[in-house]
Design a protein around this ligand. Structure first.
Ligand SMILES: *Cc1c(COP(=O)(O)O)cnc(C)c1O
Length: 307
């Protein structure tokens, strides 16, 4: 089966972007769905189609939803994306423009998710979870295959962590290539640090709320497997602020002329703050659709205090 994602460029970071002298960028922002998510979601959707799924259902107004829509349409399957009532009209329009059926249900993601599970069962459809499925991790792990095939060596990997699907995939790819000793710097924003919460508690823990602008990192609880892999693989869980993530997005746009979400800016911001001690650093530039020049400007603007 030919994969639905593309082999993305692996670029040496532009001079001056980081203080660190050797940083490699895996440019998954350039995937046709706008983020790395197509790697795993594409794998899951293909496998489900091969097993007879008649349609695809996903509860995500974020990059998982865009990846599910892209993958289903590429395979000629109908696709329904369930959004919580709070999600923006713009996201619904963009998904519909790609040919997805958009349904709205529930006040929060958990309610949309429950509804989507029932809908998938009724329709004989495969359900695409945004981060918690072994096929997703297997699909995400292909990014490490590509770096190894390119012959570029690295001494640490920097990646953003939301629900931990991407992190699971990276650890899986490292292990497959005998690189189980290479540390992963797992970056969250303050206000979305559910991996840190679990590692601190030494058991799976849930955040009571998400308060970061990096909404793609906003899983209140990570996948159980992400917690397990963070404990069994050399992992440094670190945090950056929303302001640092936004500033990194702007510096990256100037240097490489590509826009990424603050979720991805978090990983970029962590390079000089948290990876200075490692030799060659590989950064997963995970990308994201929920960004524009206007949004970046509004996040970067200092909060005005009215007199
Ligand atoms: C989904 C996503 C993440 C987080 O991935 P998880 O698998 O949930 O940890 C980070 N950045 C972007 C742009 C995403 O879409």
């Amino acid at each position: 089966m030919k994969a639905l994602h593309i082999n993305t460029p692996l670029l040496r970071a532009a001079p001056g972007l980081f203080e660190h002298p050797e940083v490699w960028l895996k440019m998954d922002a350039l995937q046709p769905s706008g983020s790395f998510k197509l790697r795993g979601v594409g794998r899951l959707v293909q496998q489900s189609a091969a097993e007879g799924a008649k349609a695809i259902v996903c509860a995500s107004g974020g990059n998982a939803g865009f990846a599910a829509a892209h993958a289903a349409i590429a395979l000629g399957l109908p696709v329904a994306i369930v959004l919580p009532l709070t999600s923006s009209a713009a996201v619904a329009e963009r998904l519909a423009a790609r040919g997805a059926e958009v349904l709205r249900h529930g006040a929060v993601w958990d309610e949309a998710h429950e509804f989507a599970l029932r809908l998938a069962a009724e329709r004989g459809a495969a359900y695409v979870h945004p981060f918690d499925h072994p096929l997703l991790w297997a699909g995400h792990s292909t990014l490490i295959d590509e770096v190894v095939e390119a012959g570029v060596g690295f001494d640490a990997v920097v990646t953003a962590v939301g629900g931990g699907g991407l992190f699971c995939g990276i650890v899986e790819g490292l292990r497959r290539h005998g690189l189980g000793h290479v540390p992963v710097i797992a970056v969250e924003t303050e206000g979305a640090s559910s991996l840190k919460a679990s590692l601190d508690a030494r058991q799976l823990a849930s955040l009571s709320a998400i308060t970061s602008i990096a909404t793609s990192l906003g899983a209140r609880r990570v996948a159980a497997e992400a917690f397990e892999r963070a404990r069994s693989h050399p992992t440094h869980a670190v945090q950056v602020s929303d302001a640092e993530a936004t500033a990194a997005c702007i510096r990256f746009a100037d240097a490489h002329r590509v826009l990424v979400e603050p979720a991805c800016g978090a990983a970029l911001a962590a390079v000089d703050r948290h990876a200075g001690g490692f030799g060659r650093v590989l950064v997963e530039v995970c990308g994201g659709m929920a960004v524009s020049l206007e949004l970046l400007r509004s996040w970067a603007a200092p909060t005005t205090i009215k007199p």
